[in-house]
Design a protein around this ligand. Sequence first.
Ligand code: SF4
Length: 280
Amino acid sequence: MKNVVLAKSAGFCFGVKRAVDTVYENASKENVYTFGPIIHNEEVVKDLEKKGVKVINSLEELDRIKTGTIIIRSHGVSKNVYDAIKRHGMEIVDATCPFVLKIHKIVREESEKGKQIIIIGNENHPEVKGIMGWSVTPAIVIDTVKKAQDLELEQESQVCIVSQTTFNYKKFQELVEIISKKGYNTNISNTICNATEERQTEARDIAKQVDAMVVVGGSSSSNTRKLYEICKNECDNTFYIQTLSDLDLSKLGMADCIGITAGASTPNNIIEEVYTNVRA
Ligand code: SF4
């Protein structure tokens, strides 16, 4: 049997695991929907479809549904969407990650006090769209040095800065520094979640020690690609696979010690299957 080190942080983070589990727990009910795909993993979405869980993507689609349960995914939704679902009379199961809910609360409360909300993040990301929708006044979203430099507010403005949970910490610091120098009355909430960073740090540590490293995740998953790059930097013998069938086990033949990690949307059963076979 080979010596295999499986990263503790491989696969789903706490918030995604909680959301996916919530959908499975509710799947036996009549007419269950998720607002947007629960996770960017086709296998999981298809499996849930087989169990009767459908995905709706907009409020227009919601209008065509009469009754049932809607599950809100870990990214959360704006207050608008939340209220519309409620008005519609559907049962809401809120699987928004508690770390995201905390940002909604800060944004609502601080904007009610009259502060200008600035979100450091990508304005097209569903989590950021959701966060924007909890500010009672229009929020500003900033993700580049240029946008931070171009920011112009009244000099006596009170500003509250929050961050998208998955934003890069170094870039957050850089953008906050530019905004802070403008002399507004600014309070900063670093709302970055460290699940991604922990996964990357652990992958790097394992890759340093092993003879071969296997990274499991979807081919279009940017966080899995990043994990692969980090590992490849430390261990030349690094393999990027989607499922066990992509792995040529003979290539691991000479390796005594093998490490395994997986991207944020890789389900546990896929990771376990790889683990069991690499170990054998
Ligand atoms: Fe996962 Fe962190 Fe996002 Fe929650 S905030 S869903 S724990 S990455």
